[in-house]
Design a protein around this ligand. Structure first.
Ligand code: AHM
Ligand code: MG
Length: 362
């Protein structure tokens, strides 16, 4: 009798055993599918027989800075890091405490890196040479906006870090201004980190655009968006429409056409978040010249060039309304420029509006 009772449990035990085996197998496979940022960078380096590993090492140090900034941004509201720092930056804008913190984290990680001989940041008036014995003859300079969209810090909306890496033009010794004032076409790598509903690092070394999501449980950026391609056309326009009365007539006409076609308007007010959405979903992000800011608001070296590098690498277009942003000549560290970037067809349409109206005006 007892044996018959146990036999009754047999199908249940077999299914439990099978279920457990399947669960373990799937988990094992998933675990082994994870590619971390460091692994990805090393794999990319191994594909290039001439690689010295210096750029890889620099990118990994920026990844470390991103994790530290992400940790601090996530604590904002709990500790005294929200609010104004009581100073203005090189562009005369109010600096937030988190701007300063992010700036210091980037500078300290890059100083320790040994692969960077100087940095320039939106928050500092002048470039900062790194003079340690190990760093002063390094190949690379890094330009960055440590915390973009900082007016959104207090209200828990996505903010980000943007970076661009160039090879220095001077041969050795302490860096000079000319090492930083280079056109965007000379970028070796560029990327951003968006501190949003999750933290993501997106970068390119000129071989496609790749996105990594921070898994807080293991403290690693894991490959989540390989080879991002921006859709050729889109139906989202992203601009501060409150500035409409200050736009030139041709930009007003373009914005009117977006509304006539019932395009969706999305504007977060953090370039990193707006460009991130544009990269993934398509559309156009623009910050045109206005009557009170004839060169627009965004900075060529810290914001426009690195984002243009990513947009072009993903198959999109980035223009100042007339020319490719990355072809523009840089002549000063905090230079601004009007920007139109995103899906190729949409950027060409706005360029057409600008060209046509300019011709009519003569
Ligand atoms: P910031 O670097 O001081 O934060 O300024 C740049 C930000 C961009 O992220 C965003 O696209 C733009 O400023 C928003 O400006 P506005 O509030 O004028 O629309
Ligand atoms: Mg900025």
């Amino acid at each position: 009798m007892a044996n018959i009772q146990y036999i009754g449990y047999l199908p249940l035990s077999i299914s439990l055993f099978f279920y457990e085996w399947l669960y373990l197998r799937l988990n094992w496979t998933n675990m082994h599918k994870i590619i971390t940022l460091d692994e990805f960078i090393i794999q990319a380096q191994q594909k290039n027989p001439y690689s010295t590993g210096e750029l890889s090492s620099l990118l990994r140090d920026i990844g470390l800075a991103a994790k530290i900034i992400s940790r601090e941004v996530n604590k904002a509201g709990l500790v005294d890091i929200v609010g104004k720092a009581g100073q203005e930056n090189a562009s005369g804008e109010v600096v937030q405490k988190l701007d300063v913190l992010a700036d210091n984290v980037m500078i300290s990680c890059l100083k320790n890196s040994g692969e960077c001989c100087g940095i320039a940041s939106e928050e500092n008036d002048h470039f900062v040479p790194i003079t340690t014995t190990h760093s002063k003859n390094a190949k690379y300079v890094v330009l960055f906006d440590p915390l973009d969209g900082s007016s959104n810090i207090d209200v828990n909306v996505s903010i980000g870090t943007i970076f661009a890496i160039y090879r220095r033009t001077s041969t050795s010794g302490q860096v000079e201004l000319k090492d930083f004032i280079q056109s965007g076409d000379r970028q070796i790598a560029a990327g951003y980190v968006v501190y949003g509903s999750s933290t993501m690092l997106v970068y390119s070394t000129g071989d496609g655009v790749h996105g990594f999501t921070l898994d807080p449980s293991i403290g690693e950026f894991c490959l989540s968006h390989e080879n991002i391609q921006i859709p050729k056309n889109g139906k989202i326009y992203s601009v501060n429409q409150g500035n409409y009365p200050k736009f030139e007539e041709e930009i007003k006409a373009y914005v009117d056409s977006c509304m006539d076609q019932s395009y969706s308007h999305r504007y977060i007010g953090s370039m990193v978040a707006d460009v991130h959405r544009t990269l993934i979903k398509g559309g156009i992000f623009f910050y045109p010249a206005t009557s009170n800011a004839p060169e627009g608001k965004l900075r060529l070296l810290y914001e426009c060039n690195p984002m243009s590098f990513l947009i072009e690498q993903a198959g999109g277009k980035a223009s100042n309304g007339k020319d490719r942003i990355m072809a523009l000549e840089a002549f000063e560290l905090h230079q601004r420029c009007p920007v139109y970037m995103g899906s190729k067809d949409m950027v060409e349409t706005v360029e057409y509006y600008i060209r046509e109206r300019k011709e009519v005006k003569g």
